[in-house]
Design a protein around this ligand. Structure first.
Ligand code: S3P
Length: 171
């Protein structure tokens, strides 16, 4: 199969609200592959929400654990692997991604805000001005997502099924 060589068929990156989990799951189903998500692996491992770890241990502790989990999951060979939005901030992780097929999902500010607004579990957007915080995050990371991407697909103003069709055409 596509992951017989012990690496994921495709790794999904992008900012919060770009649809990594939603699109990743649909894509896995369409390709008959398994889906894994590093955020979910981390939550399972620490036994509490990521937001709790940010508050209690700090972002640096989270990023260190995230680097380990991402490296391990890249080696584990899951079919479609979604990474947490900030994992590409680590140079080590970007280096590992050079050996993989990487789908970077894009989102504009308003759609990203709307989608993340449906969840309160995002510590980075929990400040007094989430819109400004989110705009800054998108601007600061745009070049990084572009750099690691093999394929980039914009999810703005598109339904999940439309995005999946665009991804399948582009992969
Ligand atoms: C983060 C994104 C989150 C989670 C953590 C940090 C980020 O994952 O890993 O809150 O820095 O963008 P999602 O991208 O799934 O929201």
């Amino acid at each position: 199969g596509p992951d017989a060589d012990g690496r994921p068929f495709v790794v999904v990156v992008g900012p919060p609200g770009s649809g990594k989990s939603t699109i990743g799951k649909l894509l896995a189903r369409r390709l008959d592959l398994v889906f894994a998500d590093t955020d979910a692996v981390i939550v399972e491992r620490i036994g509490r929400p990521i937001a709790d770890m940010f508050t209690t241990d700090g972002e640096d502790a989270f990023r260190a654990l995230e680097r380990e989990v991402v490296a391990e999951q890249l080696r584990a060979g899951h079919g479609v692997l979604a990474l947490g939005g900030g994992s590409v901030l680590a140079p080590d992780t970007r280096e590992l991604l050079r050996e993989h097929r990487v789908l970077a999902l894009d989102v504009n500010l308003s759609d990203g805000m709307r989608r993340t607004g449906m969840s309160t579990a995002r510590p980075l957007l929990a400040g007094v001005n989430p819109r400004a915080t989110f705009r800054t995050l998108l601007e600061a990371r745009a070049a990084i997502y572009r750099e690691v991407a093999t394929v980039q697909v914009d999810t703005s103003r598109r339904s999940p099924n439309q995005v999946v069709a665009a991804v399948l055409a582009a992969l």
